[in-house]
Ligand binder design. Structure first.
Ligand code: ZN
Length: 215
């Protein structure tokens, strides 16, 4: 797939089948530095993968999401991160796979959530990973959401820095863990109300995803 929007851009990625845990121990083997060709049709590797291997199998989802977020954030978002966040995956088995409902549940999972991801969580249907098709579906959701859930698989998050992208995913994952515990204890007896969510948005100057307020 040609990506003229990324022509000449540099990326640092993890290798396919490499472990996050090993990145800090052996970055030269686990990471890869590459530059997209001038015509956007391929890339050249400049550094990394010293033990062999290929860039992440989710290259399509990363590249297509970068194209969308570069435009959506006026160039601020430079990171696309994917991981298999346990509790977000668990919730994808028990909640409706509906962006507004899923977002609302996470917002209620911790007071900071609406402030950290006011634009909510996008959801793609279950699809075979590592394909252009799941990349396209993910990028479509990235137009309006900084988090995209892959049901029964994991999460994609974006942000200006690694810390911010990680923090975003970590915040959603913590809320998901809270909701897993709440369900395990028999369900909610009380929660954050719609009026309180609206007040949170006003106090912190963010515009919450409308559909999630109406759930
Ligand atoms: Zn994955």
């Amino acid at each position: 797939m040609a990506m003229p929007e990324l022509a000449g851009c540099w990326f640092i990625l993890t290798g396919s089948g490499k472990f996050f845990r090993n990145v800090q121990l052996d970055p030269a083997d686990t990471l890869v530095l590459l530059q997209v060709d001038d015509d956007g049709k391929g890339y050249r590797i400049f550094w990394g993968l010293t033990g062999g291997g290929l860039p992440t199998s989710e290259l399509a989802a990363h590249f297509q999401s970068h194209i969308v977020r570069m435009a959506a954030s006026q160039g601020r978002d430079r990171i696309i991160m994917h991981c298999h966040a346990t509790n977000l995956i668990a919730l994808s088995y028990v909640l409706d796979l509906n962006s507004a409902a899923f977002t609302r549940e996470l917002w209620e999972g911790s007071t900071e959530c609406l402030v950290v991801f006011p634009d909510g969580v996008g959801i793609v249907p279950w699809m075979v990973p590592g394909t252009d098709a799941i990349g396209t579906a993910t990028a479509e959701q990235m137009q309006s959401h900084s988090l995209v859930l892959w049901p029964f698989h994991g999460i994609f998050g974006t942000g200006p820095t690694l810390d911010e992208a990680f923090g975003l995913i970590d915040t959603a994952e913590k809320a998901a863990e809270v909701m897993v515990k709440v369900r395990s204890m028999g369900g909610k007896k009380q929660t954050i109300t719609t009026e309180e969510l609206i007040a949170l948005g006003k106090r912190f100057g963010v515009t919450p995803m409308e559909a999630a307020l109406k759930v």
